[in-house]
Design a protein around this ligand. Structure first.
Ligand code: NAG
Ligand code: NAG
Length: 496
């Protein structure tokens, strides 16, 4: 039997076992996971800033932000709005891009017809990041839009008239966190385009190295440089060491250039290699770095990477109930629970790391030791599946947390464009304050933001489908990005 066939059979058996023991059983079919995959990528079209192409599938959106950067004489058109507002925040955008690329790197073979759409979603961001990184020497543009002014309005991106301030980090005002994450995104994307567009790939990798060098030579946190423009929205709470190590790890992975191996060797221990840390997000990259570098240890026995494998095991074990190292919190319905705000971001990143680690373990024939118990790759896959299935509707509320998927899904998503009438249906401008009547309306959003995964339910599995409750009802690009890889995996490894 091929390993793919073995996997499929195994998933089938696991599924039957799960179904007989679960009160909320709803095993999704391969076709349903494919549908979720397609939708998870379409969502990114709803977040697009700039001039939309003719093959745009979310038709209710139109061009926006066409003069972004012009008052500063730089072209910063394009990129993504992070969530339900109209600001282009560099740190979450770059992290989103890194994880979209990682999804394709690990699970692109399972994406079939969606691979082109996945690459397009990455390129929408990397085209922008390349401009932001190369417009001015020793400068990285990291944000467009004044978030405080933006948040005072409820406006469609197409109507936006709030200040499109441009924020940058430079040698005098460094931002090693945002710069190293941008380097990580460009390096990871260079792997994605290596075969399909080699010259673009080379450009991405070369730019990545330059941006990383800038991040490393001029150290500081962008939260200090930009203060109220980025905090409390995307404050770099974890500092910049985690991004420097993550950036170097991605460039090492993409280039195999020994300089970056040397960098990881000499800086790893001061940049978080020895920490145990249980939350992987746009802010904190440590668990992701460990899983990524553990591949080097597993495949090439790179001895100095053993520490990353050991700490990956700790992270993975923390998620598996029944082991002595278990320390995560789950809701009664079985959802990983980290916090009340946008909890599903942690669910999708951890599901992605479980599947990625399972892949590395499987291809090297190893298991994880959690205290006294042995945890197999299959167990990690099952744990990830529970999380993915919960998101898609296999949960006590019988509610899909992906917009447009299944029969019941959030109708009052905290998202300006989705909740206001489309510019095509209502061409007249809806000014800043006039939008709030739509915000307060109890009617469902007029435009379906297909594929958006929202913040999700609380620690008791309760969800209030309320636009005002942004903690639960707001989508974000970094919630979806790792889900793209997870959905691809299950679409290809579900035998019914
Ligand atoms: C490896 O990376 C270093 C640092 O960016 C660079 O100076 C060097 O030219 C690279 N080597 C190769 C072979 O690309
Ligand atoms: C939350 O869920 C619990 C258990 O299902 C239920 O008893 C409770 O009333 C719910 N709370 C709210 C505020 O809806």
């Amino acid at each position: 039997m091929s390993s793919a066939a073995k996997f499929s059979l195994l998933m089938h058996i696991l599924c039957l076992t799960l179904c007989s023991s679960s009160l909320y059983c709803h095993a999704f079919t391969s076709q349903e996971y494919s549908d979720a995959l397609e939708k998870s990528i379409i969502f990114f079209e709803g977040q697009r800033s700039g001039k939309l192409p003719s093959n745009q599938r979310l038709k209710w959106r139109a061009n926006s932000g066409l003069s972004d950067g012009s008052s500063y004489h730089v072209d910063l058109v394009g990129g993504y709005y992070d969530a339900g507002d109209n600001v282009k925040f560099g740190l979450p955008m770059a992290f989103t891009t890194t994880l979209l690329a990682w999804s394709v790197i690990e699970f692109g073979d399972s994406m079939h017809g969606e691979i082109e759409n996945a690459r397009a979603a990455i390129r929408w961001s990397t085209d922008y990041l390349l401009k932001a990184a190369t417009a001015t020497p020793e400068t990285l543009y990291v944000q467009v839009g004044d978030p405080n002014m933006d948040h005072h309005c409820w406006e469609r991106p197409e109507d936006m008239d709030t200040p499109r301030n441009v924020y940058k980090v430079s040698t005098q005002n460094p931002g090693s966190d945002v710069a190293a994450e941008t380097a990580a995104a460009l390096a990871a994307a260079s792997i994605v385009f290596k075969n399909s567009d080699p010259s673009y790939s080379t450009k991405l990798l070369q730019t990545s190295m330059k941006v990383f060098d800038f991040a490393d030579r001029h150290r500081g946190s962008y939260s200090d440089a930009l203060s109220s423009a980025v905090c409390p929205f995307y404050c770099s709470y974890s500092g910049y060491n985690d991004e420097l190590l993550w950036g170097a790890s991605w460039i090492h992975t993409a280039s195999q250039n020994s300089s970056y191996l040397a960098y990881i060797r000499s800086n790893g221990h001061t940049m978080g290699a020895d920490d145990d840390d249980y939350s992987f997000s746009w802010d904190d990259k440590r668990p992701g770095t460990k899983v990524l570098l553990s591949k080097g240890f597993l495949e090439k026995s790179t001895e100095e990477f053993q520490v990353y494998k050991a700490h990956s095991d700790n992270y993975i074990c923390s998620l598996i109930p029944g082991t002595t190292s278990f320390q995560a919190q789950y809701t009664p319905g079985g959802l990983l629970y980290k916090g009340s705000e946008s909890n599903l971001q942690y669910v999708t990143t951890s599901a992605f790391l479980l599947l990625t680690y399972a892949k590395y373990l499987n291809s090297n024939g190893v298991v994880v030791t959690c205290g006294t118990s042995t945890v197999t790759a299959e167990k990690l896959i099952l744990q990830a599946k529970k999380q993915v299935d919960y998101i898609l509707g296999d949960n006590p509320a019988k509610m899909s947390y992906m917009v447009g998927f299944g029969e019941r899904y959030p109708q009052h998503v905290h998202h300006r464009g989705s909740s206001l009438p489309s510019i095509h249906a209502h061409p007249d401008r809806i000014a800043c304050n006039d939008g709030f009547q739509y915000f307060r309306s109890s009617s469902p959003n007029p435009n379906v933001l297909v594929g958006a995964i929202v913040g999700g339910p609380d620690s008791r599995d309760n969800f209030s489908d309320d636009r005002n409750n942004y903690q639960q009802s707001e989508p974000a690009t970094y919630i979806n990005a790792p889900f793209v890889g997870a959905a691809a995996f299950f679409s290809a490894n579900t035998n019914h």
